[in-house]
Ligand binder design. Structure first.
Ligand SMILES: O=c1ccn([C@@H]2O[C@H](COP(=O)(O)OP(=O)(O)O[C@H]3O[C@H](CO)[C@@H](O)[C@H](O)[C@H]3O)[C@@H](O)[C@H]2O)c(=O)[nH]1
Length: 418
């Protein structure tokens, strides 16, 4: 990485081991990162700089580095790698939380709704970030601490673009999310996505294009459904068989990245497809389907003209990659903030439909129905048209004079680099 980016210097800060090995993992991350503060302080002091030449851009788990920034009077910003809508929810949560019972209680009623942030229609309680659903939990306490501190930053750079999330940005920029204020400045500078080659296996850039790209070259334009579930997404063997049946009965072409079920991963890091998928499935679908083990060269696949739809876990990078390719999505959220992303993608951004049953078990009939909906129906056509507009707006945003380019220039001006 350092070799590919000669203008970037990487310095590793000494980090002592976290003091409380029994604490919640997020608490441990925050504690450990706080222990890096003296090293960060020394590093910043060693950098000889004039006014406006130095700023801290922090990962959202490095909230306690704000103390070093305050002491040395260095402006501190956060980079937020998910949707602005989630930022609005998170910054507002410390204020909203005391006024409601825990979401877990509310979510016992499947249809219960909770407000996300001021001015926004409610979403299902069950779709809220799982870690904060139980108010009394250690996880919720540490996340609330983190969100409260994030609001102390001077600004937040968000990997999104203005056109996509007007309601959240209005709420954030009006100050409604952090009523005790001030709200940090919000700069939407995205989509920042990998548009280059990523072929080969995860972690290594092989010279030769991945075999699935040659396979895609041989498929008709806009005919293939792509299924891929991020860095970690994995299903039970029963769910894998159900997906396979749904794909088979849909009759559509598909490219599917499959992992071993979670409980098998240490024993079988490479999935045994013959055993996991229905008997004869691979043979029967050979002419119109391809199953990959573990990893797909996703950034290239989504840009390929043979691909027509994307079944995704709603990781934000995957979502942005799909938008940049004008690709309609079928949401199958799995963990983290993905079900919140799903809610915003379906209801607010209108760039996706949802796979019903994703919280527990999705039937083959549902897989077939959603694939057909996107590939064959008027609703699918409208979704495709919406994505064509979203792609155009995303490209416009990062091009010269676009909103994201302007936001980045504003950020540089704000801390005095320009
Ligand atoms: O087979 C694969 C799987 C993934 N990818 C790439 O890996 C990235 C995956 O990123 P993302 O879609 O954001 O998923 P996660 O890795 O699961 O991301 C974590 O980080 C995201 C950003 O904060 C959150 O939105 C997610 O919920 C969280 O799980 C993307 O660039 C994909 O193109 C591949 O190239 N091939």
């Amino acid at each position: 990485m350092a070799a590919a980016n000669p203008t970037i210097a990487f310095r590793l800060l000494p980090v002592p081991a976290s003091p409380d090995a029994g604490a919640h993992p997020v608490q441990r991350s925050l504690d450990t990162l706080r222990l890096a503060n003296p090293g960060l302080r020394d590093l910043l002091l060693s950098l000889h700089h004039g006014p406006g030449e130095l700023a801290l851009l922090l990962d959202m788990f490095c909230v306690d580095a704000l103390d070093v920034a305050a002491e040395l009077r260095v402006p501190a910003y956060f980079f937020f790698p998910s949707a602005a809508s989630n930022l609005a929810v998170f910054l507002n949560l410390p204020y909203y939380y005391p006024t409601v019972p825990s979401f877990r209680e509310t979510a016992k009623d499947k249809n219960a709704l909770v407000r996300c942030y001021p001015g926004m229609p409610p979403i299902r309680a069950a779709d809220m970030l799982h870690m904060v659903q139980d108010k009394e939990s250690d996880a919720a306490r540490v996340r609330l601490y983190q969100f409260r501190r994030m609001a102390e930053g001077r600004g937040v750079l968000v990997n999104s673009f203005d056109w996509l999330e007007p309601a959240a940005l209005k709420a954030l920029r009006s100050g409604a999310c952090v009523p005790a204020g001030p709200t940090p400045a919000v700069y939407c500078i995205g989509p920042l996505v990998n548009r280059g080659g990523s072929h080969g296996e995860r972690g290594g850039a092989a010279e030769k294009p991945h075999e699935c790209l040659a396979w895609l070259d041989a498929q008709p334009r806009r005919s293939v459904v792509f299924l891929c579930f991020g860095s970690l997404g994995a299903f039970s063997s029963a769910q894998l068989r159900e997906i396979a049946r749904g794909l088979e009965t849909s009759g559509h072409r598909f490219l599917w990245a499959v992992r071993s079920p979670p409980e098998e991963q240490s024993q079988f890091p490479e999935p045994d497809l013959e055993r996991l998928l229905p008997a004869g499935f691979l043979e029967r679908t050979r002419s119109r389907g391809m199953v990959l083990k573990n990893w797909a060269p996703q950034s290239e696949v989504v840009q390929h003209e043979a691909v027509a739809a994307f079944v995704t876990h709603c990781g934000w990078n995957s979502t942005l990659e799909a938008i940049m390719s004008g690709l309609p999505m079928i949401c199958w959220p799995l963990y983290a903030e993905q079900s919140m992303n799903k809610a915003f993608m379906v209801e607010e951004m209108r760039i996706a439909v949802e796979m019903e049953g994703y919280e527990e078990f999705v039937t083959a009939e549902e897989v077939e129905a959603k694939v057909r909906l996107v590939m064959e129906t008027e609703k699918g056509k409208m979704l495709r048209e919406r994505l064509a507009v979203a792609k155009e707006k995303a490209v416009e945003a990062i091009n010269e004079g676009g909103s994201s380019e302007a936001a980045f220039a504003d950020f540089l001006r704000d801390f005095g680099a320009e």
